[in-house]
Design a protein around this ligand. Structure first.
Ligand code: FES
Length: 109
């Protein structure tokens, strides 16, 4: 079984993650404070920006194909190399959803 080192930017934390487990599972086991909610790849709460390395995350349904190259949903993502991640970074689509909500509120004014 291959294991990779996942480093978290800004905190210096490092965990070992098997290619067969999700980054979130390993983070919880190792006591790393990774946010999450749905754990099924839909809510984006566990998103992290991929600063270096590669993951596989075919079930990360909340990400577009383009976003999945730059962001990992840690509840779905399994490492394919050593990784450097920045937690709490979200793909552009979440910002667009927020803009839609703001736009709707402004139209009511
Ligand atoms: S916890 Fe919801 S997408 Fe990962």
């Amino acid at each position: 079984m291959t294991e990779y080192t996942v480093s978290f930017e800004g905190t210096g934390e490092e965990i070992q993650v098997s290619e067969k487990e999700t980054i979130l599972t390993a983070a919880i086991r190792e006591g790393v404070a990774q946010e999450y909610s749905c754990r099924v790849g839909m809510c984006l709460a566990c998103s992290a920006e991929i600063l270096d390395g590669e993951v596989t995350q075919p079930a990360a349904r909340a990400l577009t194909d383009e976003e999945s190259a730059d962001y990992a949903l840690t509840c779905m993502a399994r490492p394919q190399s050593d990784l450097t991640l920045e937690r709490g970074k979200y793909p552009p689509s979440i910002e667009m959803d927020a803009a839609d909500v703001d736009g709707g509120a402004a139209a009511d004014d």
